[in-house]
Design a protein around this ligand. Structure first.
Ligand SMILES: Nc1ncnc2c1ncn2[C@@H]1O[C@H](COP(=O)(O)OP(=O)(O)OP(=O)(O)O)[C@@H](O)[C@H]1O
Ligand SMILES: [Mg+2]
Length: 462
């Protein structure tokens, strides 16, 4: 590209750099540094190199990086130490460790040190690129969700959303993005995942925050009273209607109407709601006057609405209207790293911040499947506080369904390790032309174990 003047060229350069992801690359091997930074530049990243951990830390304090790519074995300060130092300064930076031999033990140690991913030497650049792209998008997601979290703090909003898992961050990010839009939002998730909490968050982050947030639990209203509840009624509309009554739609004017358990709404009401959503107008029961109300609808469901549509229990047109923007709140068992944060939060909430769960108790909670999600965890914490004789809560203080729960041990670390293990096995097999004897040898495991693992991970040549 040619520029008529220098200023334009400089501006484009600055703009480009502003949007390039900054990566700190650390290795004591000069040649390796050159290869990596050359490759990263070519792929549109902005790499800064350092030859040892100490220099890397200096660079890190000067610039704001999104990703750290570091060698493990280096003189003075090794990669593990560097990662833990960086974690103390800015934990949301993504970290990849380069290791010479990644056996399971090294992998576990590297992950424990706080690395987000690991890549083996000699570095396969395409694979590295794949990992960087994934971490880059995670980084930006973290940044955006952190911004929303600090907005909650700064404005002192009365909602506390605890969690640091990618899953919950994604939900927070989506809530933040949809808040300012006026469209309908559908919150999907199992019971107790926090749908109501998210509905409040969306309202509080929106321009409607100074107006009402009105909730209606569609499962709790008798069918014959539904219409009057939602749209109101005129005096004398039916027996017992001794005065005019405003409906929730009118009460929520300029604010948000939260339709909880939307799947329980009777079909006839679904049609009336659809009309209101399409035209913004309604009539009170027993009244002919057309009224208008400016409400933003947030609906929530723990049922599978698409399955209900097939059984003619839910209107398809209403579904499409409601789910313009949808947010899935993931079950707790899919974001186990949030469990200990939530237990600490609930201990504090019940005024017992001097209490803690011992490792065994915490592990039992991590293994548990939480059908009732965060609400169930909250109740477990409440009960444990009551039953524990000391301020250290142990496994015995947990309810029997947790204590005796048996399922595959699936801690986060294990999950991460198995993803990497699978990748290592495939790489070893590929490197050795799918010769299992050689691959097993290079991995330092027996052929029998290799075959067993291949079967477990469904790895085959084709
Ligand atoms: N991420 C979270 N951080 C802190 N508290 C949470 C979180 N998620 C849920 N909670 C708490 O758990 C409880 C259940 O949440 P909520 O009522 O929002 O769930 P729900 O999805 O609406 O459940 P249901 O489908 O049963 O109505 C509430 O006390 C809520 O404050
Ligand atoms: Mg709810």
């Amino acid at each position: 590209m040619r520029f008529r003047n220098n200023a334009a060229a400089v501006r484009v350069k600055i703009e480009k750099e502003l949007f390039m992801t900054k990566i700190l690359v650390v290795d004591d091997d000069k040649d390796q540094l050159k290869i990596l930074s050359g490759f990263l530049k070519k792929k549109g990243f902005d790499p800064v190199t350092a030859q040892n951990g100490v220099k890397a830390l200096e660079e890190f304090k000067k610039n704001s990086f999104s990703i750290l790519l570091t060698d493990l074995k280096m003189p003075e300060m090794d990669g593990e130490k560097l990662i833990s130092e960086i974690n103390r300064i800015n934990p949301i930076v993504k970290k990849i460790m380069i290791t010479a031999y990644a056996d399971v033990e090294t992998t576990v140690n590297v992950m424990k040190a706080g690395a987000d991913d690991l890549i083996e030497k000699p570095v396969n650049l395409e694979k590295l690129l794949e990992k960087l792209k994934k971490l880059e998008s995670e980084y930006f997601m973290d940044e955006e969700s952190e911004a929303i979290m600090s907005e909650i703090e700064i404005q002192n909003l009365p909602v506390k959303i605890i969690g640091k898992s990618t899953e919950i961050k994604e939900a927070i990010l989506r809530a933040g993005r949809v808040a300012s839009k006026n469209w309908t939002v559908l919150l999907k998730g199992e019971t107790g995942t926090g749908k109501e909490l998210f509905a409040k968050l969306i309202h509080l982050l929106s321009d409607r925050k100074d107006f009402s947030f009105v909730e209606i639990n569609c499962g709790a209203i008798p069918e014959n009273l539904f219409e009057s509840e939602l749209f109101g009624h005129a005096k004398g509309a039916f027996t017992g209607a001794d005065k005019d009554k405003k409906g929730l739609v009118e009460i929520a004017d300029k604010g948000t109407l939260f339709l909880d358990e939307i799947g329980e709404m009777p079909l006839l009401m679904q049609a009336k709601l659809l009309r209101f959503l399409q035209e913004g107008k309604f009539q009170k029961v027993g009244d002919t006057e057309t009224r208008y109300s400016d409400v933003r609808i947030i609906a929530a469901t723990n049922r599978d609405l698409t399955a209900m549509i097939k059984e003619n229990l839910f209107r398809e047109d209403l579904f499409y209207r409601l789910s313009v923007l949808d947010i899935e709140i993931p079950p707790l068992r899919q974001r186990k790293e949030d469990i200990h944060l939530l237990t600490d939060f609930f201990l504090k909430k019940y005024g017992q911040s001097n209490f803690s769960f011992d490792d065994e108790a915490l592990n039992s909670l991590i293994k548990y499947n939480f059908k009732g999600n965060v609400r169930e965890l909250e109740h477990i914490v409440q009960k444990a506080i009551a039953f524990s004789r000391t301020n250290i809560i142990s496994k015995q203080d947990l309810p029997p369904e947790v204590r005796f729960f048996r399922e595959d041990d699936s801690s986060i670390l294990k999950e991460k390790v198995s993803v990497l293990e699978k990748e290592m096995i495939i790489t070893a097999l590929e490197k050795n032309g799918w010769n299992q004897t050689k691959a097993a040898k290079s991995l330092g495991i027996s052929e029998r174990v290799l075959r067993y693992k291949m079967q477990g991970y469904s790895i085959s040549k084709d």
